[in-house]
Design a protein around this ligand. Structure first.
Ligand code: 8YV
Length: 328
């Protein structure tokens, strides 16, 4: 079975595939155009897919009828049309859990960085502008006892909430599709409506799976309702927030600050005005960028491909329903 991998991943994942007797194909250069990428995908049985630049949609599946399985090197699968994959009986693997710690660490890092204006102050030092001591300049805020609102309290949201609880004794409120009993029991988290989440959070951190109905959910009307001391954190997907509205909310003082590991679009343009603000920290989508998380992702993604090659169900599958849809 041929497996196309569009970028190098930690060696252990590649070794696993080779030891399982699979033929691994890498592109000649990793920055493929859509057309070049299609050519590779047309001549392969399975893809170990890194990054979300290209969509797995109807046009893709129509153009690549030989594809039988896709193992994503990500937990998010918003770039896959699951309905189309299901119709074609294509399992879509993903990499949950192994990156929850690393991604929630970045949410926690952004929260503190914004609260203490760390990026702004670091920039000043780099520019030779340390400045004289000023009791009133660029003051931060403390997080002790404040309220963390989690939008999407699943695996990553739980770990962010746990860190905030342990470090700053923060109150945890959350909004989800379903109540999270573990978080209520262990973190004393309280389920609230979306409106209450928006109005009552001192820090509002987004951790949900991105779906089309979430597009621009955090927009002007939401920022207008937020507490003017609130910090907005997004480590999930840039599509959750309306970036121009976020910028306006920041300069109009509707919210206090924002920390983003994801932007809309990515990469964010270097001359984006949001980067000029002292109450913002932007990172280039590094949520899972630790040795530990990336090794774990390599193992899960390779494990998914190997399971598929043996006729087994992928152990980590974004569309497990695919296994029952066509079975009778
Ligand atoms: C990846 C991610 O770095 O897992 C996800 O959903 O966003 C990140 O871990 C990115 O998707 C590259 O594949």
């Amino acid at each position: 079975m041929k497996v196309f991998i569009n970028k190098r991943i930690p060696e252990m994942g590649i070794t696993m595939l080779q030891e399982a007797g699979l033929q691994v194909i890498f592109p000649e250069n990793e920055n493929l155009t859509y057309e070049e990428w299609l050519k590779y995908c047309q001549n392969t049985d399975a893809i170990l897919s890194i990054g979300g630049d290209f969509k797995y949609d109807k046009a893709f599946f129509d153009a690549c009828p030989n594809i039988k399985a896709i193992a994503l090197y990500s937990v998010g699968f918003d770039h896959v049309d699951i309905k189309e994959a299901n119709q074609r009986n294509i399992p879509i693997g993903n990499t949950p859990d192994v990156l929850s710690r690393a991604t929630s660490d970045v949410a926690f890092l952004l929260m503190q960085s914004v609260a203490r204006r760390a990026s702004y102050n670091f920039e000043k030092v780099k520019q030779g502008n340390w400045g004289a001591f000023d009791p009133l300049h660029a003051l931060g805020q403390e997080l002790y006892g404040k309220t963390l609102g989690v939008f999407g309290l699943g695996r990553i949201g739980f770990q962010m909430a746990e860190k905030c609880k342990k470090a700053f004794d923060m109150e945890i409120i959350y909004h989800n599709r379903h109540p999270n009993e573990e978080a209520e029991r262990e973190l004393n988290a309280t389920y609230v409506s979306f409106d209450e989440l928006v109005r009552n959070s001192d820090v509002l951190s987004v951790h949900a799976n991105f779906t089309p109905e979430h597009k621009d959910l955090f927009n002007q009307s939401v920022f207008d309702k937020m507490n003017p001391n609130a910090i907005f954190i997004n480590t999930a997907r840039g599509g959750f927030h309306q970036e121009a509205d976020l910028y306006n909310a920041l300069i109009d003082g509707k919210i206090w600050g924002a920390g983003l590991d994801v932007t809309n679009p990515e990469p964010m343009s270097a001359d984006h005005p949001i980067l000029e603000l002292s109450n913002v920290c932007v990172l280039p989508h590094i949520g899972s960028a630790t040795i530990e998380a990336r090794n774990g992702m390599a193992q899960l993604a390779a494990g998914n491909i190997i399971a598929f090659s043996r006729g087994e169900e992928m152990p980590n599958c974004a569309n497990p329903e695919v296994y029952s849809l066509h079975s009778s």
